[in-house]
Ligand binder design. Sequence first.
Ligand SMILES: C[S@@+](CC[C@H](N)C(=O)[O-])C[C@H]1O[C@@H](n2cnc3c(N)ncnc32)[C@H](O)[C@@H]1O
Length: 157
Amino acid sequence: MSYYVSVPFVPTPVEVIRRMLQMADLKPGELLLDLGCGDGRVLIVAAKEFGARAVGIEVRSDLASRAAYNAMKEGVSDRVLVINGNFFEIRLPPADVIFMYLLTSVNERLRPKLEREAKPGARIVSHDFEVTGWRPKMVEDFRDGGRSHRLYLYVRE
Ligand SMILES: C[S@@+](CC[C@H](N)C(=O)[O-])C[C@H]1O[C@@H](n2cnc3c(N)ncnc32)[C@H](O)[C@@H]1O
């Protein structure tokens, strides 16, 4: 069954990405995973500004190619890996921080997989959409470009 058709590509503004990675306390050398990485902007901020390694999974081949190209253009392709595929069908790498900008319904379907595969202590940040059934460690309303973004931080036990 395909779950991805209902999630369009809507990029997260860079200031919002920065704030989310700060909330997640992403550290140099840590591994960030973006579930549905779009044009790769989260991966690039993680690698360039936080010194992290980053993996993105993106189902649309045009976006996966664009993300890999953008990482190369920004000089971080040695620390960024883009996988063209459906994250429901791929075993998640052992990331320290997981980034999501999906939908509440998709988060709900992802939750059992995250509970099985996210490593203990992993920090999970979600833009605008909560993970129902999990208690957030932090919720913040962050203003950028005239609109408010609700940011959720969870920590896997
Ligand atoms: C709202 S965009 C967010 C892009 C990026 N993470 C950001 O915040 O700028 C969601 C992305 O997830 C991708 N996507 C949706 N479902 C997916 C799935 N099952 N597997 C991989 N990618 C998926 C979409 O193609 C889209 O590019």
